[in-house]
Design a protein around this ligand. Structure first.
Ligand code: SAH
Ligand code: SF4
Length: 368
């Protein structure tokens, strides 16, 4: 049996696919160069925007043609965020409608059931991806991740340390720690260990101090040339974390710090918990302590109700921060999210596209 895995979306999905590959290899399967020659195709899906979802549907349709034209059996497995959402939806309606729409798919399997515990078959021999947590509890109003990946769970500290040590022994020089909120790592571990966890106020919100600074420090001492991490959120970017980065030169100086919007009203509607001023203050602290710092970010344009003035506040923030790179998305309503349930997707596509182009020119074209 020959398998092919198609991965859509973020590096977390890439890391998951590396475990799926290990699982399939353990069943005696061998990799196929492309899906056309495979007997077993796994589609690791992304749901972050409608466009990502559509790409997975396109592939299923192509596979359907192969399946019907071929005599040999072809198994199609769908996993990742689409399957996650379908299985987490208690009404069962999402799964039922997917099964009806795509009868050629043999199974919709939640990612937790594929290859967990396997030693990943790593694609990249120089930079190893190491997931340290999964899921998300933040419920930004536009985001489907809490519904596809479930609540935030941190991997046991010693498991991560053990995996990183092994990677170093194997000769890996670069490592990337992954989590939807990588710097929230360990807040759940701390919470479960005590009845009354200590909270500290950071960016206007009470937070449990995370274990991420300790973990990052320990990993940075293992002799890697470069230790990278993504994606971090502003509210768990503590002074302690800034100090760990400042004091360990092998921690990446390119930091991904998604801002989403530079307007306080939009941020509030997004449930992003910080203000433009608080984000800028954090950036100032980072620039002050970390030499040669480069910041990258995520921005959403055309969030429901976003006025021209509110968009200009985002432009202003971008000018002030001088991001090295930005992943700019056109707002896309996602199933089950608060913004889909409560707000109208009222910004026309042409306006979203124009705003996207303005930021693209300002940030990404300027840094080519
Ligand atoms: N956990 C990370 C990002 C995860 S999703 C964080 O909080 O920063 C990656 C990016 O996709 C987000 O940062 C956001 O910019 C974009 N995104 C998420 N949901 C979206 C939606 N409904 N429409 C458009 N972009 C979206
Ligand atoms: Fe979680 Fe918000 Fe990031 Fe989505 S955008 S993964 S809800 S923190």
């Amino acid at each position: 049996m020959r398998y092919f895995i198609k991965t859509f979306g973020c590096q977390q999905n890439t890391a998951d696919s590396e475990k799926i590959a290990a699982f399939l290899a353990s069943k005696g399967m061998t990799p196929s160069e492309d899906y056309k020659h495979a007997d077993y195709v796994v589609i690791n899906t992304c749901m972050i925007r409608q466009s990502a979802e559509n790409r997975a549907y396109g592939l299923i349709i192509n596979l359907k043609k192969i399946k019907t034209s071929r005599k040999k059996r072809l198994k199609i497995i769908v996993t990742g965020c689409l399957a996650g959402l379908a299985h987490k939806d208690r009404s069962g309606k999402i799964l039922a409608s997917l099964m009806e729409r795509f009868p050629e798919v043999d199974e919709f399997v939640p990612i937790e059931e594929v290859g967990i515990g396997e030693t990943p078959v790593r694609q990249d021999q120089s930079n190893a991806l190491v997931p340290i947590s999964s899921g998300c509890n933040n419920y930004c109003s536009y985001c489907v991740v809490p519904y596809t990946r479930g609540k935030e769970i941190s991997r046991p500290y010693n498991d991560i340390i053990g995996e990183c040590r092994k990677l170093r022994q194997k000769g890996y020089k670069r490592i990337t720690l992954l989590g939807q909120n990588v710097n929230s790592y360990g807040a759940d571990i701390r919470k479960s260990k005590t009845k009354k966890p200590i909270y500290v106020k950071h960016l206007g919100k009470l937070r449990i101090p995370t274990l991420f600074p300790h973990l990052l420090h320990e990993i940075s001492q293992m002799g890697f040339d470069m230790v990278d991490f993504l994606s971090s959120n502003p509210w768990d970017f503590s002074k302690e974390l800034i100090e760990v980065i400042a004091n360990n030169k092998n921690i990446s100086r390119t930091i991904h710090l998604p801002v989403q919007s530079g307007d306080n009203t939009v941020l509030k509607k997004m449930n992003r918990w910080y203000t433009k001023g608080q984000y800028l203050k954090l950036v100032k602290q980072l620039k002050l302590r970390i030499e040669n710092l480069k910041l990258t970010t995520d921005i959403i344009v055309g969030f429901p109700g976003e006025t021209e003035k509110q968009f200009q506040n985002t432009v202003e923030l971008c000018r002030e921060v001088d991001f090295e790179k930005a992943y700019i998305s056109l707002y896309s309503p996602r199933p089950l999210t608060a913004s889909t349930r409560l707000m109208k997707d009222d910004i026309p596509y042409s306006v979203k596209k124009r705003r996207w182009q303005i930021l693209e020119n300002l940030i990404n074209k300027a840094h080519l």
